[in-house]
Design a protein around this ligand. Structure first.
Ligand SMILES: *Cc1c(COP(=O)(O)O)cnc(C)c1O
Length: 392
């Protein structure tokens, strides 16, 4: 009986165009992936700088695995914390200009663990409506009063803050919004946080490595200090090309998380080989500025080309360039048409994005060549013409 109900729910999902499936990728090289016997240009990876397939990063991973094995064997607080984990934490603290950093096994866990360690029943969390699911879940799990403000609406946030009498307050936001590609108004948020004696936590999963002179992300582009943004979160599975995540902040913040972030304490530490590979990729992120420059040139080429073709791009200057479609079924069909034409572009549908705002989430990488972007634009123009848009 229960299974029947699940089955019906799955059918309904399919009819609405929001059924999720997985493509089996068996090889990735440069910006090309192999799916079955087809080679596709990948325009949906978060490997913005191409470091997931970088030879030096791969070699570091292999050498460390030879030395330490594959698994870390335990949580950090038992016997899973290696010298290479520790060195990476120190290097990430330097990179972000903060006193300390703490590694988590995933970004999802970093967000869940940090918010729940700092907020509880009787406190308030304030979140942008378009925040990543892990930030929203962290806020909900914490038991604090959960308040969401319309996307980047700092006026509304200010009102909410003024009418709150809860003891602790925490403002939480994506730096670069993961499904939209636009950025948070961090300067205003940091002023509001100070005025209302609230924490400010910024998840810069898509900005670190990509934005700023040294890849320091949105806080570097805006010259915001640790005082302005006391809790900075970054992921390692995107621009860094490896896996895992970290929180950067004060010594006191990090020690507090070590004592009480449950998703830090009760889980196996990242493989040390991942930590060592990330140390090498961090060096490349900082030193090889040509990767960011090339990426920026591709972004400019893509946005200018798309504008000329009249494609409904969303306002974004980052490698996340969503094409707004509207209806889920339509977005899915367009993604399939692109697949047939040799491009891997995923259709992002509710509940990941709001109802009626399904989109193709196109991402650019320093691995792409100008010719790849030209080909994508030509194909998008053809597919776009054959679809009537239904954007709300
Ligand atoms: C990807 C992402 C996460 C989750 O990071 P994982 O390491 O993949 O778990 C968190 N926040 C944002 C904004 C993300 O884009």
């Amino acid at each position: 009986m229960t299974t029947d109900k699940l089955h019906d729910a799955l059918i309904t999902r399919q009819q609405k165009g929001v059924y999720r499936t997985r493509k089996k990728i068996h090889n990735q090289k440069n910006a090309r992936v192999r799916v079955d016997d087809k080679t596709l240009i990948n325009f949906c990876s978060n490997d913005y700088l191409g470091l997931a397939v970088n030879e030096k990063v791969i070699r570091a991973f292999q050498q460390q695995a030879d030395e330490m094995g594959v698994g870390s064997g335990s949580a950090h607080l038992i016997c899973g914390h290696s010298t290479v984990h520790h060195a990476l934490e120190e290097e990430l603290a330097d990179f972000t200009g903060r006193e300390r950093s703490l590694l988590f096994s995933t970004g999802y866990m970093a967000n869940l663990g940090t918010i729940t360690a700092l907020c509880k029943h009787g406190d308030s969390v304030f979140e942008d409506k378009l925040n990543h699911a892990s930030l929203l879940d962290g806020g909900l799990f914490s038991g604090a009063t959960f308040r969401r403000y319309p996307h980047n609406d700092t006026t509304r946030l200010s009102q909410l803050l003024s009418t709150t009498t809860d003891s602790e307050k925490m403002i939480i936001t994506d730096g670069v919004f993961s499904m939209d590609g636009d950025v948070a108004d961090l300067r205003t948020l940091s002023i509001l946080a100070r005025e209302h004696d609230a924490w400010l936590m910024v998840d810069d999963a898509h900005g670190l490595g990509v934005l700023g002179q040294t890849g320091g992300g949105i806080v570097e582009t805006l010259s915001l200090s640790p005082h302005d943004v006391p809790i900075l979160m970054g992921t390692l599975g995107k621009a860094f090309g490896t896996f895992g995540a970290f929180i950067s902040g004060s010594h006191t913040l990090i020690e507090t998380l070590i004592q009480s972030a449950r998703s830090y304490i009760y889980t196996t530490a990242l493989p040390p080989a991942i930590a060592q590979a990330t140390r090498v990729s961090l060096k490349i992120v900082i030193e090889e500025t040509w990767r960011r420059e090339k990426l920026q040139a591709l972004i400019t080429q893509f946005t200018a080309g798309a504008r000329q073709l009249g494609l409904p791009l969303m306002p974004s200057n980052t490698p996340i360039q969503p094409l707004l479609v509207g209806e889920s079924v339509c977005a899915l069909e367009m993604s399939e048409k692109l697949f047939e034409a040799g491009f891997l572009v995923s259709a992002i549908r509710p509940p990941t994005v709001p109802q009626g705002k399904a989109r193709l989430r196109i991402t650019l990488s320093a691995l792409h060549e100008s010719e790849d972007v030209n080909q994508l634009l030509e194909t998008l123009a053809i597919i776009h013409r054959s679809y009537s848009y239904n954007v709300k």
